[in-house]
Design a protein around this ligand. Structure first.
Ligand SMILES: [Zn+2]
Length: 273
């Protein structure tokens, strides 16, 4: 299940953190978002990961349908908004987590392989990175997610979830947290979180994270633009970044096709034993 190995003795009772890049690995329309969190919990439990489990969905959450966000938070998934899809956004949240969670702990990352290739090695020095030995998926049939076909662990998770008979969604366990890393702001409750990430103040703050965004923000302030106008500027920056990312992904895939050993990874899990 989910291309993961069963927990070793050392991993069985320590805490596990699942970082899910919701912008790059979104919930497909045929999957009920309320099932994802409980499914991950059950899957990890069945593999012997019995420690405390925290799941954090990260991404430009203001672009995710609000019903999906509500469904995720209702099943205890923490919501962490980031201002951009540059790699440093996701890394910042990993470093934040590291500073709060001393090793040992299990970490499961769901994102494009290309994105966290940079810090798996770093993380693996002290933490167990689940599934870090990537199955070679060159043979995978293109799916409707072709553009996101490189989502690490996500396709196998979805395949298992779809195959599983529908189960009742269990409620929240523990306290769900809501965080906007664009504004470095923790928010109390789902309603105030969604209100914040859709607000004008937040959008202005977010412009700063894009190349040329500070100038755009100053211009916007000078013109006393409303939230809709700021959002148009923001969408322009995001679209430019999205195109950049498509190019990066295409390049990555091409390199993998040309070199069958491109993806051969060091077995970090074994190393951490
Ligand atoms: Zn914010």
């Amino acid at each position: 299940m989910m291309d993961l190995k069963a927990a070793t003795k050392r991993q069985a009772d320590i805490a596990t953190w699942v970082l899910w890049d919701l912008s790059r690995c979104p919930v497909p329309s045929d999957v009920d978002a309320r099932r994802v969190g409980p499914f991950i919990r059950r899957a990890l439990k069945s593999l012997g990961y019995n420690g405390n489990l925290t799941i954090t969905a990260i991404g430009i959450l203001s672009q995710v349908p609000i019903d999906v966000l509500r469904a995720l938070s209702s099943t205890g998934i923490n919501l962490h908004h980031v201002p951009t899809m540059y790699n440093k956004s996701i890394m910042t949240s990993v470093y934040m987590w590291k500073s709060d969670n001393s090793p040992p702990a299990n970490v499961m990352l769901i994102s494009l392989q290309r994105i966290f290739g940079q810090f798996i090695a770093d993380l693996s020095e002290k933490y167990y990175v689940l599934g870090s030995k990537v199955p070679y998926d060159r043979q995978l049939e293109p799916t409707v997610f072709a553009r996101r076909a490189g989502c690490f662990l996500w396709e196998s998770l979805l395949a298992s979830l779809r195959a599983e008979a529908k189960k009742e969604c269990s409620g929240t366990t523990g306290k769900t947290t809501f965080y906007c890393s664009g504004c470095c702001l923790g928010l109390l409750g789902f309603e105030s979180f969604t209100k914040h990430i859709l607000s004008k103040e937040h959008a202005l703050e977010e412009l700063d994270y894009y190349p040329g965004g500070v100038e755009a923000g100053n211009e916007s302030r000078a013109r006393k633009e409303d939230a809709a106008a700021i959002l148009v500027r923001l969408q322009g920056f995001r679209e430019a970044r999205r195109l950049e990312e498509e190019e990066e992904e295409a390049k990555y895939k091409k390199e993998r096709l040309e070199d069958p050993y491109y993806d051969e990874e060091y077995d970090y899990e074994a190393e951490a034993e």
